[in-house]
Design a protein around this ligand. Structure first.
Ligand SMILES: [Zn+2]
Length: 319
């Protein structure tokens, strides 16, 4: 190998040059990710989120994708982050730590971290080690550093989940275990408690399961049918054409048929298939005389539902 013939000085010099080039490319990548986010390009290409796009389409490992998304999101608010990444004053781990901590503070205490604090933090972390950065971020944002959730897939396909909970979160879990005590065996471990809670949520929320259960019991099915007729007849005012009520029985059929987001990128044929935040969409919009029929209804994830609405309103605006 030619590298073997390099002098120590040249090996060191080459590596420094390569790393500097790597940082330049990283800065370009962050700019590109910001633009992808602005255009919501991942939705167009059939991915439910920027994370899915970067992992499944671009090929980043989960952690690498998340750190770059964190950097892009922080750079949208504090643009000098990109320059600091390029010069090496900051690295991706620090930027990701900062963005994660800001997000945690904002979602936990519902207080907004102001622009000045964000900019100050970016400056404070400059040329610090990761450990020093953790201390600075915890002090400025007044948080106790929380271990991030760790999911480990084990060889028998079981999963080890390590979570750090706040005091109030832990108290809620204990309360939940208490409430579940009559439906789970005494002395259940946390895996069984969580399973019991999951069963309850699935029973309450899973519309496809609900459908299977109701169609299995013909009496229940009749009750639902009656309710639908009643609710349509019982209305004092005729329903507005823009917000026409989709009968619950029809909603269930759509959930059972589709099961996941039906958005497809017409160019690549990639289908989103996300099962997150599913909503029923009219393929031909109601304002364009679209009707409540199985053929005109489909499931979309929230991201695709909103984006399709934006595309449609752009089309009408330009006409
Ligand atoms: Zn989708």
């Amino acid at each position: 190998m030619t590298l073997k013939k390099l002098t120590d000085q040249n090996l060191d010099k080459n590596l420094k040059e390569l790393v500097s080039g790597e940082r330049e490319i990283l800065a370009e990548i962050i700019f590109h990710i910001i633009e992808v986010e602005c255009r919501k390009l991942y939705l167009k290409f059939g991915y439910a989120s920027l994370f899915e796009y970067l992992t499944q389409h671009i090929g980043y490992a989960n952690g690498s994708a998340q750190r770059r998304i964190d950097a892009a999101r922080l750079a949208i608010v504090v643009p000098k982050v990109v320059g600091d990444l390029e010069s090496g004053n900051l690295n991706l781990s620090q930027v990701s730590l900062l963005q994660k901590s800001i997000r945690a503070v904002q979602s936990d205490s519902k207080t907004k971290v102001d622009q000045k604090t964000k900019e100050d933090l970016v400056d404070l972390l400059s040329n610090k080690s990761f450990a020093e950065s953790e201390v600075v971020v915890a002090q400025v944002l007044d948080i106790t550093p929380m271990e991030s959730t760790k999911v480990t897939n084990q060889r028998d396909e079981s999963v080890r989940l390590e979570v750090t909970l706040s005091k109030s979160q832990w108290e809620k879990l204990l309360k939940m275990r208490e409430l579940l005590s009559n439906t789970i065996p005494a002395g259940s471990n946390w895996g069984q408690v969580l399973e019991g809670a999951a069963d309850k949520v699935i029973m309450l929320k899973d519309k496809t399961k609900e459908n299977q259960r109701t169609s299995a019991k013909s009496t229940r099915h009749t009750i639902f049918k009656n309710q639908d007729t009643q609710s349509n007849e019982g209305r004092a005012k005729p329903p507005k054409p823009a917000r026409q009520h989709i009968p619950i029985s029809l909603q269930r059929k759509v959930f059972q048929r589709d099961q996941c987001c039906q958005y497809m990128d017409k160019v690549t044929g990639r289908k989103c298939e996300s099962r997150w935040h599913l909503q029923i969409d009219h393929i031909q919009p109601v304002w364009a005389n679209g009707t409540n029929t199985m053929e005109n209804l489909r499931l979309l994830c929230a991201g695709h539902n909103q984006q399709i609405y934006r595309w449609q309103s752009n089309i009408t605006k330009h006409h």
